[in-house]
Design a binder for this molecule. Structure first.
Ligand SMILES: [Zn+2]
Ligand SMILES: [Zn+2]
Length: 242
């Protein structure tokens, strides 16, 4: 038995791996329990060419938001519909300190999109920022944990301080796209300190959830204004398209 295996066995004895949805102790080799795996709603084809939300018909290229909108990112990827099991898992990841769920998320994102993401040869991975005070209370930024996982898997540098939220914003819930944009105006800014040597080529933005796209759009605009070439995004969850 190697040292690493010994440590892993010791660690598992006291902190056995748990299901990232229902928190039950997992069987050997399992990353999620069978019941919860069935309950996750995977984003499947047909998908919107732009934001990656599922659309109804194969011949439909864009969802309603993207057909009428003018998002500045190139394309987005998402894993699950933000409902049921996925919603429950993210709530625990975000608000109840279950940061260890991130390894499962990272693996699943790579299984689904790893090949495509590698082909895009990103210059940097950038997490969507949260307001410092919020991060201090929570202890971490969930998007940053996810970005680090993805950066490691893709072997691309992660720039955690390229974007900062310079002021707090109202909760976005219940606001429409226009109101959300207004709420975010000037709140997310680019800081070049983290990007010496000019990282701004093709960027992959990372967040936990994509809903109306207003946060991703605000981040994209800041990056483009700072000279980024192209911006893509990846999130764990997305809303339903139409
Ligand atoms: Zn479970
Ligand atoms: Zn779309």
């Amino acid at each position: 038995m190697g040292i690493k295996t010994g440590i892993t066995i010791f660690f598992d004895l006291f902190f056995p791996p748990r299901c990232p949805v229902c928190d039950k102790i997992l069987k050997k080799q399992e990353k999620i329990c069978t019941k919860c795996k069935k309950e996750l709603k995977w984003v499947k084809e047909p998908r919107c060419f732009k934001c990656g939300k599922p659309v109804e018909a194969q011949e439909q290229e864009y969802c309603r938001d993207c057909a009428g909108g003018s998002f500045h990112y190139i394309r987005g990827f998402a894993l699950w519909i933000y409902e049921g099991a996925a919603r429950k898992s993210i709530a625990a990841f975000k608000y109840r300190g279950r940061r260890e769920y991130v390894s499962f998320y990272g693996e699943e994102l790579m299984k689904a999109y790893g090949k495509e993401l590698k082909r895009l040869c990103f210059d940097a991975v950038v997490p969507v920022p949260v307001y410092k005070e919020k991060e201090r209370l929570r202890g971490y930024n969930q998007a940053e944990l996810l970005a680090k996982e993805i950066g490691r898997a893709l072997n691309v540098p992660v720039k955690t301080k390229a974007l900062l939220r310079v002021r707090s914003t109202k909760p976005q819930k219940g606001l429409d796209y226009k109101e959300r944009q207004k709420n975010l105006e000037g709140a997310i800014q680019f800081f070049p300190d983290d990007c010496k040597g000019g990282m701004l080529g093709r960027i992959l933005l990372v967040d936990d959830i994509y809903t109306t796209g207003s946060t991703i759009e605000a981040c994209t605009k800041s990056l483009l204004q700072a000279g980024a070439g192209e911006v893509y995004f990846i999130t764990l969850c997305t809303g339903k398209g139409c």
